[in-house]
Design a protein around this ligand. Structure first.
Ligand code: NAD
Ligand code: MG
Length: 406
């Protein structure tokens, strides 16, 4: 069947101005006969969104602030661009669930992306999930909704996309029936893989955001530097592939060429390899079960020459330990972990706390025993808010102590 005769699919890109958003638009641009941009959303980067609207002519654009929306609307109108500009979190859900949308790329960062990702699921869309925090917070509810509403969930996170590619298509009833022993989740180890604790204490935001292999948004870059990213990904893998935390093993692989592996009971280990470029998992998920070009250069194994593998150090990278413990504890723990981490990372980026304070804040908030339920979106958001208040109290105490010391 030729694709030129088929209607292009309507795609909504949530978080269009981000790193994943722009890689997604790059892949879309390479296949205009297959995909058509239906809606683009941004938070504060209005002028970038303006340019994207001029280029892609979406039906809708969404921003956070109504005043920004009005200005963008009149600017686009002047240029003869017919895009309708909306504002606020409910509009994110509306453009994700719109009846004419076929595919939703969920690429907002953090808890802010949960409601719109869930809206796409409940509307039964094909959902390409980059926003791992959504799954960390609401895994049970999210996966149940995927099945109940017949949504198609495809992982964008490179590791999970790799695992998906290495699993047989009938893995939905569990890993044991298809002969899987373990999942091997690879991690680059981030920019401070070999740094001592004393060096970690002195890390600046600019150093933490300079990832050796991947160019990404600030929050995930800091998460990669603390290895919280791998912890969130372990929790994400448990939900996506119905695995227990002890079935997922983290392995440091500094070259980021093997994106993850699946270990079968007969001793076979399947891996997915590729250059570290998110356009590969994005193109894979967009076209699945077909394959399309992504613009990523072919892998040159001889230029790579070697691949290393090292066990992670859970003492220096306490965030990874805290995430594994939260995965094992279940219940509200992953929600609290994620919320405390978001507050801690923002405080680190604003130079309010040191890099090594990040796991300390999270561990203290996790130990406060936050009550709550995980069976509705509202109750999950309430736990998230409660944990953020605890984290902010921690920051206030910390700045008082630091003030006394100064
Ligand atoms: P980014 O910071 O580059 O972009 C984030 C996007 O979210 C922007 O478009 C921004 O406008 C939007 N946004 C931020 N706060 C918002 C809010 N409160 N309301 C609405 N929109 C908001 O981030 P990124 O690196 O593209 O990452 C996006 C998601 O994808 C994250 O969950 C990240 O963990 C995941 N991910 C990213 C990569 C990568 O290579 N960048 C890889 C794997 C997974
Ligand atoms: Mg990843």
């Amino acid at each position: 069947m030729s694709h030129t005769s088929v209607q292009p699919q309507n795609i909504t890109v949530l978080g269009a101005t981000g790193s994943i958003g722009s890689s997604t638009l790059d892949v879309i641009s390479q296949h205009p006969e297959r995909y058509q941009v239906f809606a683009l959303t941004a938070h504060t980067r209005i002028s970038e969104l303006h340019d994207l609207c001029v280029q892609y002519r979406p039906r809708f654009a969404v921003v956070a602030d109504p005043t920004h929306a009005q200005r963008l609307q009149s600017d686009l109108h002047t240029l003869g661009v017919a895009t309708v500009v909306l504002a606020g979190p409910q509009s994110l859900c509306d453009v994700a669930a719109h009846p004419e949308v076929d595919v939703v790329m969920a690429a907002i960062v953090g808890a802010a992306g949960l409601a719109s990702a869930m809206a796409a699921v409940v509307a039964g869309k094909k959902i390409l999930l980059a926003n791992k925090e959504a799954l960390v917070m609401s895994g049970a509810l999210f996966m149940r909704a995927v099945h109940e509403h017949g949504a198609q969930l495809l992982p964008i996170d490179s590791e999970h996309n790799a695992i998906f590619q290495c699993l047989p298509c009938n893995y939905a009833d569990g890993l044991a029936p298809v002969g899987v022993r373990r999942i091997l989740l690879t991690a680059s180890g981030g920019p401070f893989r070999n740094s001592s604790y004393a060096e970690l204490e002195q890390v600046t935001p600019a150093q933490a955001c300079a990832h050796p292999n991947w160019s990404m948004g600030q929050k995930i870059s800091v998460d990669s530097a603390t290895m919280m990213n791998k912890g969130l990904e372990l929790i994400e893998a448990c939900w996506l592939f119905d695995a227990r935390p002890e079935q997922v093993e983290v392995v440091i692989h500094p070259q980021s060429v093997i994106h993850s592996l699946v270990d079968y009971v007969d001793g076979s280990v399947l891996a997915q390899l590729g250059n570290p470029d998110m356009r590969t998992p994005i193109a894979h998920a967009m076209a699945w079960p077909e394959r399309i070009t992504s613009g990523v250069a072919p892998l040159d194994l001889c230029a790579l020459a070697r691949m290393d593998f090292i066990a992670p150090d859970l003492q220096r990278f306490a965030c990874l330990r805290l995430a594994i413990e939260s995965a094992q504890a279940g219940g509200v723990a992953p929600i609290v972990l994620n919320a405390a981490n978001e507050v801690a990372v923002a405080a680190f980026l604003n130079e309010r706390i040191r890099f090594t304070h990040i796991p300390q804040l999270i561990e203290d908030v996790l130990s406060t025993d936050i009550p709550g339920r995980i069976d509705t979106l509202e109750s999950i958001v309430a736990v998230d808010q409660h944990a953020r208040r605890q984290a902010n109290t921690w920051l206030q105490k910390q700045s008082i102590t630091a003030g006394r010391r100064a």
